[in-house]
Design a protein around this ligand. Structure first.
Ligand SMILES: Nc1ncnc2c1ncn2[C@@H]1O[C@H](COP(=O)(O)OP(=O)(O)OP(=O)(O)O)[C@@H](O)[C@H]1O
Ligand SMILES: [Mg+2]
Length: 429
């Protein structure tokens, strides 16, 4: 019966209208639930990660309250999302009821007037149920799909961040490297308002060891980051062996430049795996040789299991000095022509520092090295010193030359601090 059929189907547009108004609200609610979930988890992870600082600063109660607020917010947004996800089911059920009511009322009248057989009406009732059953399950699946899409979108947002540093299609794979470095009028900033490096030019010949010194925030680490091509300069160029870094493949830069960072990151795993992190082809003998050279073998041998001693995440079960020595061994095993040490000896006690200083001298032998150092002891051993101030290269020369110029470096040295970190900023200006 066409008329009764059309009447029954008149319910369907209502469903579409409901969906039309539901979708934006539901998506926003699902997104918000995901966001509050990340916020709560992020706060929890940060507090656990920094538990010592939290204890030292007696921040336990405040952090607990902050986390409670976030957890409450998370609960509320999840409840709202759950309501919106479920609200479709009663609506579909209600509409099914409506369709059946139409059949009973309209069809019933037709049966009484003899226009429709009773059997047809009963069949209609069953058909309506069978028709709406799949719609009901589709509705449930549809909410789940919307939820999944919101989660997927957040992942895609991360995946879609454009890569700023990429290989050119015809990038050169530098096979042999002499280790010459040059910075030519390099300028750089992270955010347009704050210029970090301004027209910095210097060059380093193969095998030369230079120190970069300067007050905190003067752009030393940024210089190192540009040399490893973590970023491209905004103007000017950075070259290795006369090749602009942008024309080289990133893999080949990695094969020739290694960096030791101030707080070396160690991974969960054995000491052996950590030392040969960049060079998985090296064997146990190579690893032990490197560890002996940087004077790390003794402490490793004393650990239970020796080289198979398993480190916690971030190397948490070693002292900072020990981690530093392992990172030197790692750089030695990587065996690159160019080595960048960023503040490698800061924050280490003077006994470890002497040990590390010895390790450094061995590590740097025969390589081009850029040492970003705060300690005068480290700086004096270098062939040449570059002095950065507010992103500009202000002085350049040997220790004696710079003392003779009697500029910033001489002033910093005369203050007789063991480290440039201790120099008050009034002395720099
Ligand atoms: N990832 C970043 N995003 C935005 N600004 C940054 C970033 N890293 C550094 N900066 C800014 O760039 C400037 C130079 O930082 P850089 O880390 O190069 O200094 P630095 O000379 O290594 O200092 P320090 O001696 O304290 O290590 C600083 O003013 C800093 O605020
Ligand atoms: Mg730095």
């Amino acid at each position: 019966d066409a008329e009764l059929g059309l009447l029954t189907l008149s319910i369907v547009p209502i469903l579409l209208v409901v969906r039309y108004f539901w979708l934006p609200h539901a998506r926003a609610a699902f997104r918000r639930a995901r966001e509050t979930n990340s916020m709560a988890n992020g706060a929890l992870a940060e507090a656990i990660h920094s538990v010592r600082t939290v204890k030292v600063m007696v921040r336990g109660r405040e952090n607990h309250e902050l986390y409670s607020d976030l957890a409450d917010l998370n609960l509320r947004t999840h409840l709202r999302a759950a309501k919106l996800a479920q609200v479709n089911v009663p609506i579909v059920d209600g509409l099914t009821g409506g369709a059946m009511a139409i059949i009973v009322v309209v069809g019933g009248r037709m049966v009484f007037s003899g226009a429709l057989e009773l059997g047809v009406m009963v069949a209609f009732l069953f058909y309506v149920q069978r028709f709406f059953d799949p719609i009901r399950s589709l509705t449930i699946q549809y909410s789940m799909m919307q939820r999944a899409m919101v989660s997927g979108q957040r992942i895609l947002e991360v995946l879609d961040v454009p890569e700023t540093v990429t290989d050119l299609p015809d990038a050169l794979d530098l096979v042999n490297c002499n280790g010459a470095i040059s910075f030519d009028q390099v300028s750089f900033h992270y955010t347009p308002e704050i210029s970090v490096l301004e027209a910095v030019s210097f060059s380093v010949s193969p095998g030369e060891k230079i120190a970069i010194v300067g007050p905190t925030g003067s752009g030393k680490s940024t210089t190192a980051a540009l040399l490893r091509r973590f970023y491209d300069p905004l103007s000017g160029q950075v070259c290795i062996d006369g090749h602009d870094l942008r024309t080289l493949s990133q893999d080949s830069i990695g094969r020739h430049v290694s960096m030791v960072l101030q707080e070396p990151f160690l991974f969960s795993g054995t000491i052996f795996e950590n030392i040969r992190y960049a060079s998985v082809t090296k064997n146990a003998a190579d690893v032990e040789r490197a560890a002996r050279v940087v004077d790390a073998h003794d402490f490793i041998a004393r650990l239970p299991g020796g080289y198979q001693f398993v480190l916690d995440q971030g190397g948490g079960n070693l002292s900072l000095g020990q981690r530093q020595l392992l990172s030197f061994a790692r750089a030695l095993v990587a065996d690159t022509r160019i080595l960048v040490l960023d503040e490698a000896t800061a924050n280490v006690d003077s006994y470890s520092e002497r040990k590390i200083q010895r390790a450094l001298n061995i590590l740097l032998e025969g390589r081009t090295a850029i040492v970003i150092a705060h300690r005068l002891a480290t700086i004096r051993d270098c062939d040449r010193i570059l002095v950065l101030n507010h992103g500009r290269l202000v002085e350049e020369g040997s220790h004696q030359e710079l003392m003779d110029i009697d500029g910033l470096y001489a002033r910093l040295c005369r203050l007789n601090y063991a480290s440039f970190d201790d120099v008050p900023s009034s002395a720099i200006r």
